[in-house]
Ligand binder design. Structure first.
Ligand code: SF4
Length: 625
């Protein structure tokens, strides 16, 4: 006789997106997991409580708190500190925090003309009161499970709300996941915090539906990556990863837009336009071969997986048809180079007026950047990091000074904004590495400047962190802000992501200061009303270079083969020999010595740069094609 199995219980799940995540974009973590959970047969809502707090505090206050965290020279964790009282009560005296991070009260006072007492009031009174209002304002009892996705500065807000919910609804299962719970950090929290029923470490696409199915069935078999409170089982390791990203559903952002509609839009967003996140790949194809020494991308997650080109286009089209924005930021750590032939070519054909953002490797050619611009990629973050080839070698970036300058040059030509920084503080660096960068900077004032020069931090999972001795790094310890935002009985060495340490063999503060000053000068020049330019005009038999970098227009005319030689080093980096051969092929009867002497003269006059007998022209063609 056959027995039919009882129908599995369909759960009602809430995923919570807490402050201080940006209000101008929905959460891809929650949006994707919502689709995954629904696909697995359960109901799922995403609660955008970050929007609720922005409406409660006002957009300006919310953004200013986020900005102080972004702009502070140190990892001050203001957002985490503000929710730490609600999560844990007193940790250390408030004024100790301000003494450790004077930029916080200074920044607050500059923005608001208010003293730090206002921040203390937010921490001790306003934010706990807001959390109470959230507990009262949502029908939590109608859910079978609540999940928190915690990345960046969402941790203490998530932990604080979780604690309140567990107190009021002891039988409501609480699940915590996200980057803040990756690779052993989650277990360290779960061992100490009694309100964390389940912690998912790693990707949630497979582990979360498996856990929900078990909650529905009332079973508790081990699931890779899922830690259960009180199970007595050892560290469950990392969650299973999705191998075929095409099998993932498209994220659902409907609850974000429904949330926005509930509030006064200006109160929540200020003047910001909404942007969407989209994920085309995970891992890093470069890091899988050469993990950049400072990069904290989890080694377990480095293996590169990407969606197929047609799937990526279809997903983008779906998002653009469903939601009212043309601004889309890819979360990918690095653009899949295959996308140039598939995704970018297809988008270039479609001629949508997009504003796409990608992180890319800096080794992109002129043709590739031109194609990306036609595809609607308007903003890139190319991981330039330095204008010193020696420093780039130390960090295993697989790039050079000239490659980075080529990127800046052609990105500008094709109207692609470049977001980049200079990094400092690498073991093995020297003052000469910074003197070289300070010297070359004025030649680049016609290109987009870096935002800052800042020292590297030791990131969990980076080679500097996992193998410090090989890099002469010692005394690795959590950054001091953890001591202000988490209680001492949490093991800070196990929950921290950013660390300090003694790094041997770094350049002097004066050398770093030289580059900081050069960056400031570059930014000043770039923000002038008459922005510096360096371009050339091609006419029969001659090439004119017009240079306004110094503020005083200068013109040089290169006649005959000299114009050809200058232009030959324009698209890409060329050796003297290569340029010489090209000129011979065009019928110019010249010696190699004559050609290299001319190229070296161009370098001396500041319209070309060279390294290891390779040359790159700095002027952009006036002709936009
Ligand atoms: S820094 Fe960028 S390129 Fe380097 S390993 Fe990390 S993600 Fe990859």
């Amino acid at each position: 006789m056959e027995h039919s199995l009882p129908a599995r219980r369909r759960l009602r799940v809430a995923l919570v997106n807490m402050p201080w995540s940006w209000t101008y974009m929905p959460s891809i973590q929650c949006g994707l997991l919502q689709s995954v959970v629904r696909k697995s047969g359960h109901d799922c809502d995403v609660l955008y409580l970050n929007l609720d707090l922005a409406a409660w505090l006002g957009d300006e206050t919310y953004q200013q708190i986020v900005q102080i965290d972004d702009q502070a020279g140190h990892f001050c964790q203001l957002g985490e500190w503000l929710f730490s009282y609600a999560a844990f009560g007193d940790i250390r005296p408030d004024h100790d925090y301000f003494a450790e991070y004077p930029e916080v009260p200074e920044g607050w006072s500059a923005m608001r003309s208010e003293g730090p007492d206002r921040l203390i009031a937010y921490r001790r009174d306003d934010l706990p009161a807001w959390l109470e209002s959230v507990v009262r304002g949502v029908d939590w009892a109608s859910y079978d499970a609540v999940g928190f996705s915690s990345t960046f500065l969402q941790n203490n807000a998530s932990l604080a709300l979780g604690r309140l919910l567990k107190t009021r609804f002891p039988d409501l299962p609480l699940i915590f996941g996200g980057a803040n719970f990756d690779g052993g950090m989650g277990v360290a929290y779960a061992e100490k915090l009694w309100w964390l029923d389940y912690v998912v470490s790693g990707e949630g696409d497979i582990a979360l539906p498996a856990l929900l199915d078990q909650l529905a069935a009332g079973t508790d078999d081990p699931i890779p990556g899922v830690h259960r409170r009180g199970s007595g089982r050892p560290d469950p390791g990392e969650a299973a990863r999705t191998r075929d990203l095409d099998s993932l559903p498209v994220p659902d952002y409907g609850d974000y837009f429904a949330g926005l509609a509930r509030y006064d839009r200006a109160q929540v967003l200020g003047g910001d336009d909404v942007r969407l996140h989209v994920e085309f790949s995970r891992g890093c194809w470069w890091g899988a071969k050469h993990h950049c020494t400072f990069c904290g991308l989890n080694k377990m997650g480095m293996a590169y997986r990407s969606k197929s080109g047609p799937r990526a286009v279809a997903e983008l089209e779906h998002l653009l048809c469903t939601y009212p924005t043309a601004s889309v930021d890819a979360t990918d750590n690095i653009l899949d180079m295959k996308y140039l032939h598939t995704f970018c070519s297809e988008l270039a054909e479609r001629r949508w007026d997009l504003d796409l953002f990608f992180e890319v490797k800096a080794n992109l050619s002129r043709e590739q950047l031109a194609l990306m611009a036609r595809a609607g990629i308007r903003r890139i973050q190319p991981g330039i990091e330095s204008l010193s080839t020696h420093l780039l070698e130390l960090m295993r970036k697989g790039s050079t000074k000239l490659i980075n300058i080529r990127l800046l040059k052609w990105a500008l030509h094709y109207g692609i904004a470049v977001q980049w920084h200079l990094l400092a503080g690498f073991p093995g660096e020297s003052d000469a590495d910074y003197a070289e960068q300070a010297e070359i900077s004025p030649l680049l004032h016609h290109l987009q400047p870096p935002r800052t020069l800042h020292g590297i931090w030791l990131e969990r999972f980076s080679p500097y962190f996992t193998d410090p001795a090989s890099f002469s790094i010692s005394g690795v310890r959590p950054q001091p802000s953890y001591g202000h935002v988490y209680p001492a009985d949490l093991d800070h060495a196990r929950i921290a992501y950013y660390f300090d340490g003694e790094v041997e063999g770094t350049a002097s503060p004066e050398a770093h200061g030289l580059v900081s000053a050069a960056v400031a000068e570059w930014q000043r020049a770039w923000s002038r009303r008459d922005r510096p330019t360096l371009f050339y005009r091609r006419l029969p038999g001659r090439l004119s270079i017009i240079d306004t970098r110094s503020g005083r227009p200068r013109k040089a005319v290169l006649e005959g083969w000299r114009g050809d030689a200058y232009e030959a080093c324009g698209d890409t980096i060329r050796s003297g020999k290569g340029v010489h051969q090209q000129l011979l092929d065009r019928g110019h009867d010249l010696s190699l010595e004559t050609v290299t002497r001319f190229l070296d003269d161009c370098c001396r006059s500041g319209v070309m740069v060279s390294e290891e007998e390779k040359y790159l022209s700095l002027a952009l063609p006036q002709n936009p094609r």
